[in-house]
Design a protein around this ligand. Structure first.
Ligand SMILES: [Zn+2]
Length: 722
């Protein structure tokens, strides 16, 4: 049609009561005759009877979300309406074809999901007129699509050109100034669209069956026409036309084995993807598997093939790359989002910045350290499709806003970084990690579970078993384990006996002998307590060593500053508790001194492993004093939970529930819960109470005595099982 002359249609909009079936208001507008019918409130039956009169002479009915929403309601309310026999044109369905690119999001935001029917003062007449304007915009938008694309859409979207699709057939004919193409012509057009953008083999297969896919293939083609950018298939398309997403995955993200397929040989090759995104020629040769194949590459290949993986790589051997390459590659191929769960909130921004420095801008983070505007901006970017890798802390999955935004995207994979935090046998157990599996399962619903990729530097067998069992039970998947071990050939280890009185002098002597002033690099001195880090730093400063301290009690700015000065080489030595180092990437740590016996062998290996990440020689020295060992055992006992304490918390929760009449839905802070621990079963310790109460609650959830609810600041919310 000529965009200037108004279409011969009836633009219709209904407003429906909360019960879903009862029509509260209606508007019908005829752009060609100028007639209109607007009615709300009582007497709806009479108004409906007049509808056919207004529709008289129209060639089709137009509406936004007309097919899934308005027509079924109208059909139920007045089945004998003649206009129900007219062809229907739904502007919601045309949107992804007319505006496949994201920059249109701003322009057509409220058109995206049928949303202008909800969430603001309803004005059906305005909506009916807006729909007409949108229809005109779509006519213009489609005018700029390529001839092949238009021919394909015309054929795919009008399988009954003389029947129910006749209005749409006319519409496409006018846009294209051509009749509906024959099957052969359309297939040739689709085939040309596939060239260089899909697997050759699967492309041919889809073309052969093109007629079967209809609208789903039309949407897949729309997405393909802008692939590689930030375009996202609207969620309603993924739900109403699940084949659209499946087609894109089949065409671009399932490698064929044909050596002649240019797409698969180029885009499913781990080394080529490594080079494309990071510019590296090859993966790190160490650690390697039994056949000498680099483990990093093996993990990336397995992940790119879409299989569930548990990768164990020593700290500093390029663990992040193992998820980044598959995630970037997948985002490019299908637009899917990879969600990375990480406990290292303080370092998330650094990881995003690290990728940005490489020119990769599609990574974002959402965590408790963001300001409200930063958080809103990040959520927006995720929603609009600008983000391919999202780093979040696990408790964010309990936030309703975050869940809503994730619903807008197709999730390609879940990555659990520092996956040992999931294991109750690990010393860094994070209760919220155990919630992730359940979240993945609930989110996937009846659909397939996205890929799960776990990464850790911990190779302790019971931790690995615990992780594997968790996903077997929660998601019925079997993680394939790639074990790079914790061996580091460039490190030498020494134990030096000491006493409380000599310890500081020994630290200084080892520093001077193992890291003499002419050797570049830095040293970390691990201490058991915050006070001791202060004392050691002060002692070294007095000896003219550029030293400082680091522990969890320092203000965030100070911590950041100390880290920065140490990484930059300004500080020669840093006295730290084990709060320091997780994820810190300083390649030239030449010396790690343990001033105290660490909490476990696992802790020790992880902390010592921060030495010599540049693979040049480095030394790890453990100072050993008998009285330390006793103190350390005292400390581990304090952070452990006894069965009695866990039961004490359960009793306290039941008391709270009864007293406050929560009826099973308890909302309380850790302090309030402990206040109800009448038998004093819980060993009190102000420094660790909060974490230990949360851990106890996580254990209770594991035992199915309660389920935890959404996260909200200092409050724990849970539902007690009667
Ligand atoms: Zn292929």
């Amino acid at each position: 049609m000529d965009p200037i002359s108004p279409p011969r249609c009836l633009s219709l909009d209904l407003e429906v009561g909360k019960d879903g079936g009862h029509i509260r208001a209606l508007a019908a507008v005829r752009p060609d005759t100028g007639r209109r019918l607007v009615h709300s409130g009582r007497g709806m039956a009479n108004a409906l009877a007049k509808l056919d009169d207004v529709a008289n002479g129209a060639s089709f009915v137009l509406g936004h979300n007309l097919i899934a929403f308005d027509l079924p309601i109208l059909r139920a309310a007045k089945p004998d309406l003649r206009l129900l026999k007219l062809p229907a044109v739904d502007t919601l369905r045309l949107n992804p074809l007319a505006f496949p690119r994201n920059p249109y999001h701003g322009l057509v935001k409220h058109y995206q999901d049928g949303g202008f029917k909800r969430g603001r003062v309803n004005d059906p007449e305005m909506d009916a007129r807006l729909t007409l304007r949108l229809f005109g915009d779509q006519h213009k938008g489609l005018g700029s699509a390529s001839p092949d694309l238009l021919a394909a859409w015309h054929w795919l979207c009008t399988p009954e050109p003389a029947g129910v699709d006749r209005a749409l057939n006319d519409f496409f004919s006018q846009v294209r100034e051509a009749r509906r193409p024959a099957q052969a012509e359309a297939k040739v057009a689709i085939q040309r669209m596939f060239r260089d953008t899909t697997c050759t083999l699967y492309g041919r297969e889809v073309v052969a069956n093109a007629g079967r896919f209809g609208w789903a293939l039309a949407y897949a083609l729309a997405w393909l026409s802008v692939a590689g950018g930030n375009s996202v298939m609207p969620p309603w398309v993924r739900h109403q036309f699940p084949d659209a997403g499946r087609l894109v995955r089949r065409l671009r993200d399932s490698a064929c084995t044909d050596p002649a397929c240019g797409w698969c040989r180029e885009h499913h090759d781990a080394r080529k993807e490594l080079n494309r995104w990071f510019g590296f020629e090859g993966f790190r040769p160490e650690p390697a598997d039994a056949t000498g194949h680099p483990l990093q590459q093996a993990i990336v290949e397995e992940a790119m093939a879409g299989n569930p993986v548990l990768g164990i790589l020593p700290t500093g051997t390029g663990k992040s790359l193992c998820y980044q390459i598959p995630a970037l590659s997948r985002y490019d191929k299908t637009g899917a989002l990879t969600v990375v769960i990480s406990p290292l909130v303080a370092l998330m921004a650094d990881q995003v910045a690290g990728l940005e420095e490489r020119g990769i801008g599609c990574c974002a983070t959402i965590n408790g350290l963001l300001s409200m505007p930063e958080r809103a901006a990040a959520l927006d970017r995720v929603r609009l499709g600008d983000v391919g890798i999202l780093l979040i802390s696990p408790e964010q999955l309990r936030s309703r806003t975050v869940r809503r935004v994730l619903d807008q995207r197709e999730i390609g994979a879940w990555v659990l970084d520092e996956a040992h935090c999931l294991s109750r046998w690990g010393h860094e157990f994070r209760p919220d990690y155990r919630y992730v599996g359940r979240f993945i399962r609930e989110k996937a619903g009846d659909g397939p579970v996205p890929q799960v990729l776990c990464l850790t530097a911990t190779a302790k067998p019971d931790v690995i078993d615990d992780i594997a069992r968790h996903f077997r039970e929660e998601l019925d998947i079997e993680l394939r384990v790639f074990d790079g071990g914790t061996e580091r050939a460039n490190l030498t280890f020494a134990v030096v006996p000491t006493t409380g009185g000599e310890k500081f002098t020994h630290i200084h002597q080892i520093l001077m002998s193992d890291l003499p002033p002419e050797v570049p690099g830095g040293a970390i001195v691990y201490c058991a307590t915050r006070q001791q880090t202060e004392d050691v730093a002060e002692f070294l400063q007095a000896k003219q060593v550029a030293a400082d301290r680091f522990h969890a009690g320092l203000p965030p700015e100070t911590k950041k500053e100390v880290q920065r000065r140490f990484i930059g080489g300004e500080l020669r030595a840093i006295a730290a508790t084990n709060a320091f180092g997780m994820g810190i990437d300083k390649p030239d740590v030449r010396l790690v001194i343990h001033a105290d016996i660490p909490g476990s062998l696992e802790n020790y290996l992880q902390e010592a492993g921060r030495a010599g990440r540049d693979r040049a020689a480095a030394r790890c020295v453990l100072l050993y004093a008998t009285d330390d060992v006793e103190r350390q055992f005292g400390m581990s006992a304090r952070s452990r939970l006894s069965r009695e304490e866990i039961h004490g918390i359960l009793r306290a929760l039941r008391n709270l529930d009864r007293k406050k009449r929560f009826s099973g839905d308890v909302v309380a802070t850790a302090g309030e819960i402990l206040g109800e621990d009448e038998d004093k079963a819980f060993e009190r310790d102000s420094a660790t109470d909060d974490t230990r109460v949360r851990t106890a609650v996580a254990w209770l959830e594991e035992s199915e005595l309660l389920t935890r609810g959404n996260y909200s600041g200092p409050f724990l919310t849970m539902c007690l099982v009667a």
